[in-house]
Structure formats: structure tokens, C-alpha cells
Ligand binder design. Structure first.
Ligand SMILES: Nc1ncnc2c1ncn2[C@@H]1O[C@H](COP(=O)(O)OP(=O)(O)OP(=O)(O)O)[C@@H](O)[C@H]1O
Ligand SMILES: Nc1ccn([C@@H]2O[C@H](COP(=O)(O)O)[C@@H](O)[C@H]2O)c(=O)n1
Length: 194
């Protein structure tokens, strides 16, 4: 049976960093599910048709990590038919052997409600904005506005809103180094049987 780790949380909280490190440590596959929504938003045209016809080339675009792509992603992510078109791919990925780590907003609640480990990664808004501004070479105040706008949309949408699964382990990385956060996540995964 594959071991699935579901990681959710708000933008720039450190989910992807932890997910990549866990996948590397345990030899698991990793899927950054935000990339799917970013690719749909970046494709333009009808988002539902875009979600139904996503290709590996769409996911390899080099403009998907921008703040603009993040905003476009959170708009298309509120469309139920877009989300529905992406469910099966994510669930199939989650069954990768010997295990898989998926990070996003609804992994523990909708995509993999039976995951062996669910983490909900947070950090305070200002710290997240500082980290993202440093990463993108962008203005911190503008990043703060954009992160808050995106989080508000992700929390408020009717379908698969961003929230912790009831059985998720909460990991606030505000005062943690990357190494500390990864070490804590590895400990949680070992305790869960990885
Ligand atoms: N504990 C930490 N301390 C300092 N910087 C961190 C920490 N965790 C992550 N970072 C940095 O913060 C930035 C955002 O992290 P990351 O991309 O992992 O967040 P995310 O939650 O996956 O974001 P998104 O949802 O937008 O994909 C990166 O530049 C990363 O290197
Ligand atoms: N499981 C997911 C993952 C992402 N989204 C939406 O995509 C936006 C971009 O995600 P990043 O993780 O790359 O920042 C995000 O703001 C969400 O709107 C989602 O809905 N579900």
C-alpha cells in the first residue's frame, strides 16, 4: 500500500519546501498541485476546457511561479468544473509507489482524505510576504496585499475551500528555519509509519 502525505496551507507558508524535502527523504513522488491551477490560469481561454486538456508542456511553462500566475490560479480554482477536471489525476498520483507527497489547499480534505499523514503548514502573513518577496525579488508590501487577497479567495470559495482537515497536524513555521520545519515534518511522517 502506498504511503500518502497530504500538505495544505496558505500561500508561501513553506508547504512546497517541506513537501520536496519529505519526498527526497523517503524516496516518494511529489506533486505541487498549485502548479495545475497556475497552468490552467496561464493558458487563458475557457478555464474548464484548459483544465480538461492540460499537458506536461503546460506545466513546464517558465512563467508559472510569478505573483500574476498565482492570482490567476486562485480565480480559476474557484470554478467547480475546473477542480473536478483535476481530481482524478491528483488521486492517481497519490497512489504512486512507494509513496507520494502532494501539497496544495484541499489535499487532506478532498483529494486524499485517507492520507496516512496530513500536515497543515502556516506562518504569519508578514513573514510569508517577506519570504515570497525575497524569492521573487518583489516589493514586500505588495506581496502582503496579494497573499492576503489570494488566501481570502481560497478560504471563501464554495467548493474545496482552504482549511485544515480535522486530523491534520498543524505546523506553524513562522519562527522555524527551513531545516527545523523539515526535521519536524520528517518526525511526523515517521510517527505516522513512513
Ligand atoms: N521555514 C522557513 N524559513 C525561511 N524561509 C522559508 C521557510 N520555509 C520556506 N521558506 C521560503 O519561503 C518561500 C515560500 O516557500 P514555499 O514555496 O515552500 O511556500 P508554499 O507554501 O509552497 O507557497 P505556494 O503555496 O505559493 O506554492 C521560499 O522562498 C522558501 O525558500
Ligand atoms: N490544491 C490546490 C492547490 C492550489 N490551489 C489554487 O492555486 C493557487 C496557486 O497555488 P500555489 O500553491 O502555487 O500558490 C492557490 O492560491 C489556490 O487558489 C487550489 O485551489 N487547490
Amino acid at each position: 500500500m502506498p504511503f500518502t502525505i497530504a500538505i495544505d496551507g496558505p500561500a508561501a507558508s513553506g508547504k512546497g519546501t517541506i513537501a520536496r524535502a519529505l519526498a527526497h527523504h523517503f524516496g516518494f513522488a511529489h506533486l505541487d498541485t498549485g502548479l495545475l491551477y497556475r497552468a490552467v490560469g496561464a493558458k487563458g481561454g475557457d478555464p474548464v476546457a484548459a483544465a480538461r486538456s492540460l499537458t506536461p508542456d503546460d506545466l513546464a511553462r517558465d512563467d508559472l511561479r510569478s505573483a500574476r500566475a498565482g492570482q490567476a490560479a486562485s480565480r480559476v480554482a474557484a470554478i467547480p468544473e475546473v477542480r473536478a477536471a483535476l481530481v482524478e489525476f491528483q488521486r492517481r498520483f497519490a497512489r504512486s509507489e512507494p509513496g507520494a507527497v502532494l501539497d496544495g489547499r484541499d489535499i487532506g480534505t478532498v483529494i486524499c482524505p485517507d492520507a496516512e499523514l496530513k500536515l497543515y503548514v502556516t506562518a504569519n502573513d508578514e513573514i510569508r510576504a517577506r519570504r515570497r518577496a525575497k524569492e521573487l525579488g518583489a516589493d514586500e508590501a505588495q506581496m502582503l496585499r496579494e497573499l492576503r487577497e489570494r488566501d481570502a479567495r481560497d478560504v471563501a470559495r464554495a467548493v474545496a475551500p482552504m482549511r485544515p482537515a480535522p486530523d491534520a497536524v498543524l505546523l506553524d513555521t513562522s519562527e522555524m528555519s527551513i531545516d527545523d520545519a523539515v526535521t519536524r515534518a520528517i518526525t511526523c511522517a515517521k510517527e505516522a509509519g513512513a
